[in-house]
Design a protein around this ligand. Structure first.
Ligand code: CUA
Length: 153
């Protein structure tokens, strides 16, 4: 019957989508957040002292690289950082105002930055060079100028 044919096609499409999600998860490292972590946006002050003590590239207790960055209209802070290539790096993003997104071409970095939540993504940069950090969620009139950059050395 015609119905059976279309049911098979629909099931094939579902199977294809599940396959794409599976491949992204296991081979490209694209995953939903494994835990939901909140932060009080009112406590995010971009004073010089705050930025120097809390933001940027740091080593955690295990010696892993952790990068803390804040998204705010219309940039990512710190404006510029440097990290090593081919190294596992955990990024922790927060927003100081509205919903932003972050996309770094050539990596698996693509996530929303929802005010009040920490967006944690682990990635690595395939080779040295300059990587742009772009906002990919419309956040206001300056959205298309919202970017920063990362030097990978
Ligand atoms: Cu921030 Cu668009």
């Amino acid at each position: 019957h015609l119905e059976k044919k279309w049911i098979s096609i629909a099931l094939l499409v579902v199977a294809l989508l599940v396959a794409i999600i599976t491949i992204d998860a296991f081979f490209h490292g694209v995953n939903p957040p494994s835990k939901v972590e909140t932060i009080d946006s009112a406590k995010l002050h971009l004073s010089k002292e705050f930025a120097e003590s809390n933001l940027g590239v740091q080593l955690d207790a295990n010696g892993d690289i952790v990068v803390r960055m804040v998204a705010g209209r219309y940039s990512f802070f710190p404006k510029h950082i440097a990290v090593p290539a081919e190294t596992k790096i955990t990024f922790r993003w927060v927003s100081m105002d509205v919903l932003h997104g972050v996309h770094i071409p050539m990596t698996n970095m693509s996530t929303m930055i929802v005010p009040g939540y920490v967006a944690e993504i682990t990635t690595s940069f395939p080779k040295p060079g300059e990587y742009p950090v772009l906002c990919n969620e419309y956040c206001g009139l300056g959205h298309n100028h919202m970017w920063s950059n990362i030097s990978v050395i």
